[in-house]
Design a protein around this ligand. Sequence first.
Ligand code: MN
Length: 295
Amino acid sequence: MFKLTPKRIVDLCKDKPVLLLCHDNADLDSFCSASIMQRYLKKKNISSSIGVPKHINDQAQHFAFSQKISFQVNPNLEEFNLILLFDFNGFEQLGRLKDSFVNLVAKKNVSVIVFDHHVADKKCIVYSGYCVIDEDAASTTELLYNFLGAFDNKMFFWNCIGIIEDTGHFIVGDEKTFSSFAECLKNSKQTYVDVLSFTKHKIPQDERIAFLKAAQRAQIQKIGGVIVVTSELSFYQSAASTKLLDFGAQIALVAGVEREGLTTLSLRAESEFKEENNFNLVRDLLIPLQSQIGG
Ligand SMILES: [Mn+2]
């Protein structure tokens, strides 16, 4: 199913400075995936560095500290001959590293291999050849579990964390994900509570206030039998629109001016509603909206 093999990856990494790069605003799946690969390569006597473009989220940072895994923020890409990307395949997700990455690739001084479980197309960094992509994998950690095979206790555990995070605690998933999760949890020699402890999200106070303001400012309309809620916030638009679905909205729109002249609009629709009505947010709402308001 994959064109690359683990052995080929190991051969490519030998005697080279290797960077395992997470996407900007690195999350648990991206960081756990890079950690799994680092451990795998170490067993093959290959050392590698984990890099993050700029920001790492709280859970991934907590994971890194508790598992004693070091990482570089804003690594100097010039120092590496091989860059492995985890859980992303778009130039924008390189954040502040985008320009130096593009320059380096143009000079052909570096090879890039992508590991990802998102849909790939021609706009992606790598869409054929040096990539391991499986849209059916629940997380990039699960993709690595299927691809690399040889896991130890820690790698099993880190895959459990990646799966639980990316399925939103199993809001989505299929029997394959459940069985690989069960198998990995058993082999990790840790408990489900241990896994959950890494995915707990401590909500910062300003985010809590943003949620409450979004609710306070909410305009509730019933359009054709559908509950549509709109609200306005300068920050946390996407988290707040998800929260409005929890409160009962079927479609939630939260907009706000972030910086001068730049308005962010975040939309969410309830899964059940989408499925029942074959509703696609982009196709049925964002694109028609774009033709009316621009942006
Ligand atoms: Mn992911």
